[in-house]
Design a protein around this ligand. Structure first.
Ligand code: MLT
Length: 311
């Protein structure tokens, strides 16, 4: 059996493949669909993170391919319909990076509240940039969590631990779930108008693309903050820039973008009210070790016995 590991898959998972007798080939991200199609010929499995996009075109010659493994939570970078039509299973490892993603969202909250990146940049530029960097305290502030799945619920629990008042909107939870957990559920517009800070933890789908469009961003409190460490495209980036420039929003932290890597000339890069990180949510040693080993076990098992997990 042969597996192609793109996008920097943790070595511990690759070792499991080798121990099971598989041949492992490691590759840089393959962005070009035609190149990926040519490369996939003869492989039984391919592993990706968020850089290599597995489109229908890239599967054109993948006659031997049995499994596409996403070493992470979402499968939005894979054309699942095209894979299914070709009889290729798609697996992810949604449990492995929950803590990493939640902790990154919390770190962005603190960074926004205390201007950490601007303070650091000023110090390294030889300044003592104390004036103008007065922040705010998170304790007592209202955090609106959009998406109360694994990551959103972990963010909610951690935010409650630092004394934030937390409420959530979850498009996938039935209304009957309201009042059952420790996090009150609200309608989206109600949550947006209530929160001092909004944090997103939902997948990108047809329904959630541009969920926070200009009209919705305008319903946020004046001076409110936004964190998106979930998926690019959930927030309309142009509208966000407009509302930051107008002073309607106090600031935002983005870890995910409509186009990744973020183009060098993106106007997002020049906005002082924005904190930007390069899709680092899942990038801890612990999370990468976990997702690669979970995925390797699932795939080895699937190919040997047909057992299906993480689909
Ligand atoms: C995920 O889907 O869990 C992450 O976006 C994957 C990653 O960046 O490795």
């Amino acid at each position: 059996m042969r597996v192609l590991a793109c996008d920097g898959i943790h070595e511990d998972g690759l070792a499991l493949f080798r121990n099971a007798g598989w041949t492992v080939e490691v590759s840089e991200p393959i962005k070009d669909a035609a190149k990926l199609a040519a490369k996939l010929e003869g492989f039984d499995a391919v592993l990706v993170r968020s850089a290599t996009l597995v489109s229908a075109e890239s599967l054109a010659k993948a006659g031997a391919l049995k499994v596409i493994g996403r070493a992470g939570a979402g499968v939005d970078t894979i054309d699942v319909e095209a894979a299914t039509a070709r009889g290729i299973a798609v697996m992810n490892a949604p449990d492995g990076n929950t803590l990493a993603a939640a902790e990154h969202a919390i770190s962005l909250l603190f960074a926004l509240a205390r201007h950490v990146p601007r303070a650091d940049a000023g110090m390294k530029a030889g300044e003592w940039p104390k004036a103008g960097l007065t922040g705010f305290e998170l304790e007592g502030k209202k955090l609106g969590v959009i998406g109360l799945g694994r990551i959103g619920a972990t963010v909610a629990r951690k935010a409650q631990g630092i004394g934030m008042e937390v409420a959530a909107h979850d498009p996938f939870l039935p209304a009957s779930a309201a009042g059952k957990g420790s996090v009150p559920l609200m309608a989206l517009d109600e949550l947006l108008a209530w929160a001092d800070v909004i944090t997103l933890h939902i997948p990108r789908t047809k329904e959630t693309t541009n969920l926070l469009n200009e009209a919705r961003l305008r319903t946020m409190k004046k001076g409110a903050f936004l964190v998106n460490a979930a998926r690019g495209g959930l927030v309309d980036e142009d509208a966000l820039l407009k509302l930051l420039d107008e002073g309607h929003l106090g600031g935002a932290a983005l870890d995910t973008f409509v186009t990744e890597p973020l183009p060098k000339d993106s106007p997002l890069r020049g906005n002082p009210k924005l904190i930007l990180t390069p899709h680092l949510g899942a990038s801890t040693g612990e999370a990468q070790q976990a997702v690669s080993t979970i995925l390797a076990r699932q795939i080895i098992d699937f190919v040997a016995t047909g057992a299906v997990a993480g689909c």
